[in-house]
Design a protein around this ligand. Sequence first.
Ligand SMILES: Nc1ncnc2c1ncn2[C@@H]1O[C@H](COP(=O)(O)OP(=O)(O)OP(=O)(O)O)[C@@H](O)[C@H]1O
Length: 254
Amino acid sequence: MTAPLLEVRDLGYTYRRDPALENVSFTVDRGQNLGIVGESGAGKTTLLRLLLGLTRPTTGGIDTDGVPFDAGDRAALRRHRTFAQAVFQDPYSSLDPRQNVGRIVSEPLRSLHLSTTGSETRTRVASALEAVGLPADAAERYPHEFSGGQRQRIAIARAIVPRPQLLVADEPVSALDLSTRVRIVELLSSLSIGGLTVVVVSHDLGTVAALCERTLVLERGRVVEQGPTAALLAAPEHPYTRKLLAAVPRLPRR
Ligand SMILES: Nc1ncnc2c1ncn2[C@@H]1O[C@H](COP(=O)(O)OP(=O)(O)OP(=O)(O)O)[C@@H](O)[C@H]1O
């Protein structure tokens, strides 16, 4: 039997006094995208930071491909950056305005020493841009020349250029207008069909429903419910999940 892509065991994290996460356990199998939902302050961002190795857990641990991951070990952290990459909410602040898109997208190849020659770098950048639906000449242009949705595509190209297995996305569409959201969710879906597994935090349950096979609900740092997305949204068992669903704004019916 192959190990899950990600196994999170009894994860806990405390900033100062109060725990932000307690006893969080779940597994992510290859190709089974996971949505993480919960109210503001539930611990979603903290959990993503632990998955990315930006912080070490206070208790518990994370296995990647069956191997314990220690974010305190520099070599392990470097390997982890080729395993998991991130996309954040704001495509305006996450791209350096002084660098052209080619330079931005190739950054992981440079910092992780993954590309040996200039021509290999250019080829990999061009194929990442193509995979996110941007023209190859985008590499010569600068972030301010692109719309919010296109900038998020650039951020996604940068994340996939080292060919990670896991894409960790923190509210990747919430800064975008509705029609752009749909297209970015479609892009993430197509990348996950191509072999990438996505873990996404979103307060937009529509995004989670469209993208994720499984959903995990966090309330004040604890997992209150997890399971297949369709079943969880159709018949939420926990009162907190019902409350989250009830809070989704709906258009008034005529
Ligand atoms: N740097 C920090 N120092 C101290 N406490 C923090 C820090 N960052 C987060 N917290 C606390 O940890 C808890 C979880 O925060 P976290 O940002 O992970 O929640 P979240 O679910 O991502 O919220 P949001 O949806 O508002 O981003 C909250 O109680 C928060 O106040």
